[in-house]
Ligand binder design. Structure first.
Ligand code: E4P
Length: 217
């Protein structure tokens, strides 16, 4: 299972990349806005931090303009992955870009039928939004299960990139279902390492070690 981080905060990306656990990065226009930085500049910096795919989203709604935006984004670095919305124009753009050898992440997926279309359009990644699905009274994890089943039925190569994850249980459930990739905010990824018994155990070991009066170094 691959781990992407969902942020445009380059300090956070550097910190996680240093753990060796990071396989890629996803951004979106909201995250770019939050960073307060120029889109193309921040994408270029992120591409220099991680070797894996860095999703950069087009903002046009029509195919022709999406293609023009993608052309600019693709020039930034080889690991740029063009993010397109799950619309007919987005799917058309996905097909044209993947036929041309680009990596494409089809985003804003909220149904298994949408995911089926993205796979047929040759998407590298499909991004079903688990948290936003849950927020609206639907079952986000059931969506991941349905997509897994459909993609396995037809041996589609599109990777399921479970997105909009809000907490560690989302990550765990996605791993059980067999999502290929998860993307989550830095705080959620860091939370995966936490356990109260780990902290308690460390406290006990540190206290007993101090009583031995020894040092290793
Ligand atoms: C995925 O690529 C999206 O950027 C992201 O996961 C959206 O998450 P949100 O619903 O928390 O905004």
């Amino acid at each position: 299972m691959k781990f992407f981080v969902d942020t445009a905060d380059t300090a956070e990306i550097r910190e996680l990349a240093a753990t060796g656990l990071l396989d890629g990065v996803t951004t979106n226009p909201t995250l770019i806005h939050k960073s307060g930085r120029k889109f193309l500049e921040v994408v270029e910096e992120i591409c220099g931090i991680v070797d894996g795919p860095v999703s950069a989203e087009v903002v046009a709604l029509d195919h022709e303009t999406m293609m023009k935006e993608a052309e600019i984004l693709r020039k930034i670095a080889d690991n740029v992955c063009i993010k397109v919305p799950l619309t007919i124009d987005g799917l058309k753009t996905c097909k044209a870009l993947t036929d041309d050898g680009a990596q494409v992440n089809v985003t804003l997926c909220f149904s298994a039928n949408q995911a089926l279309l993205a796979a047929k359009a040759g998407a590298t990644f499909i991004s079903p939004f688990v948290g936003r699905h849950d927020d609206n009274g639907f079952d986000g994890l059931a969506l991941i299960e349905d997509i897994r089943l459909i993609y396995d039925n037809y041996s589609f190569g599109t990777e399921i990139l479970a997105a909009s994850l809000r907490h560690p249980i989302h990550v765990l459930d996605c791993a059980k279902i067999g999502a290929d990739v998860i993307t989550a905010p830095p705080a959620v990824i860091k939370m995966l390492s936490k356990h109260v018994l780990t902290d308690k155990g460390l406290e006990g070991f540190a206290a007993d070690w101090a009583k031995t009066g020894q040092t290793i170094l």
